[in-house]
Design a protein. Structure first.
Ligand SMILES: [Zn+2]
Ligand SMILES: [Zn+2]
Length: 363
């Protein structure tokens, strides 16, 4: 029997089975680590999140190095450049984004902000295949070969995707114009008609808004568009980021840093503020001529979200599927079958020709 360990070390990224010593993996949908060799489950004494702690943005910007950061082993993909935090259990894995084998000599160390919370994987890869095949069945004009091939997707990888969330209190003073519509009759004789015009008046005011958890994906590989498509995230079920939940999965490194993420969050907040100002102006139309916003109490945190990624090449092009590891919601790029679309167009044209023929017959 291999070395038996009583305690699972928290500092290391490998967790060994207390029964047989094999490497343990987090078992989706549970709070246990699972041994594939002897079947033993080891409970993770995860801390339940009662009061979510947010980090202070100002303080972090000043003292980045000394605060909640850790030296992390990072492995990069030579082909697509995706970077993930290296985990001992994954020695022989392929890059989830392009399929290129990751090479251990490509590991380097970096100082990174520690994730505060994560949503553990809830669905297993078997569950995901069910969701993927349902999604494929619903695809119009997809090549048959694709449907067949995607169903036996052996290349399904669970990835924890880094995401920033930001809170802020905002106070905005604005100057603008309120437009009231009215109708007027113009022209004479045959050209007589009513037109709608707008009467504008100047106005100003104040809007205060509090933003809670504005989410900005920090991944280079998964765009925020895709992350929006596979929403929602049950963030109320987040747990403290414990390495044991990461065991057996890939954790992507954040490539959008905290400041860049904040700039994106700010532009999301700005458009909500504009909407609130327009509501405040009222009337039928609104113009915002100037606005001054003070952001205060800015808080942030780094969280990890569970996404299954499947990629494969079809006719020399790389396609990706992304599946929410909690809900099974799928989003993906997909090829179209030229043959199927051509047939559909021809069928449509024949119907149109027949229709025109009968209309002409009957008139
Ligand atoms: Zn075991
Ligand atoms: Zn890659």
């Amino acid at each position: 029997m291999a070395d038996v360990i009583e305690e699972i070390p928290l500092s290391s990224n490998t967790y060994q089975c207390p029964n047989c010593g094999a490497a343990l993996k987090y078992k989706p949908g549970t709070i246990s680590l699972h041994c594939d060799y002897c079947g033993t489950d080891t409970l993770i004494d995860a801390k339940v999140v009662e009061d979510v702690q947010e980090l202070d943005f100002e303080q972090y910007s000043r003292d980045f190095e000394t605060l909640n950061t850790q030296t992390t082993k990072v492995i990069g993909c030579r082909k697509c450049g995706a970077e993930s935090t290296f985990e001992e259990n994954l020695k022989s894995t392929d890059c989830p984004y392009c399929g290129m084998p990751l090479i251990e000599s490509d590991i380097h160390e970096e100082r990174l902000i520690k994730p505060s919370y994560l949503l553990p994987f809830k669905l297993s890869d078997k569950d995901i295949n069910t969701y993927l095949s349902a999604w494929f069945k619903g695809l119009w004009f997809a090549p048959n070969e694709l449907k067949k091939r995607a169903l036996c997707s052996d290349r399904l990888e669970g990835v924890y995707v880094p995401c920033w969330t930001y809170d802020a209190q905002t106070e905005s003073d604005y100057r603008g114009e309120r437009g009231i519509n009215y109708t007027r009759t113009v022209g004479s004789g045959k050209n007589r008609r009513t037109v709608t015009e707008t009467r504008w008046s100047y106005c100003s005011g104040h809007v205060s808004l509090f933003f809670d958890d504005v989410m900005v994906p920090a991944s280079k590989m998964i765009s925020s568009v895709v992350m929006n498509k596979i929403e929602n995230w049950d963030t109320m079920n987040m747990v403290e980021a414990d390495n044991r939940f990461l065991s057996g999965f890939i954790t992507e490194k954040y490539v959008i840093n905290m400041q860049e993420g904040y700039n994106t969050a700010k532009s999301i907040m700005e458009s909500d503020i504009d909407y609130a100002i327009r509501q405040d102006i009222g009337g039928d139309k609104q113009r915002i001529n100037s606005k001054k916003t003070v952001f205060s109490d800015i808080k942030f945190k780094l969280i990890l979200l569970p996404v299954y990624i499947s990629s494969y090449t079809y006719k020399d092009k790389l396609y990706h599927f992304f599946v929410n590891g909690r809900t099974g919601r799928v989003s993906g790029d997909r090829p179209y079958s030229v043959a199927k679309i051509t047939l559909a167009i021809i069928a449509g044209l024949i119907l149109l020709a027949l229709f025109i023929y009968f209309v002409n017959q009957n008139s």
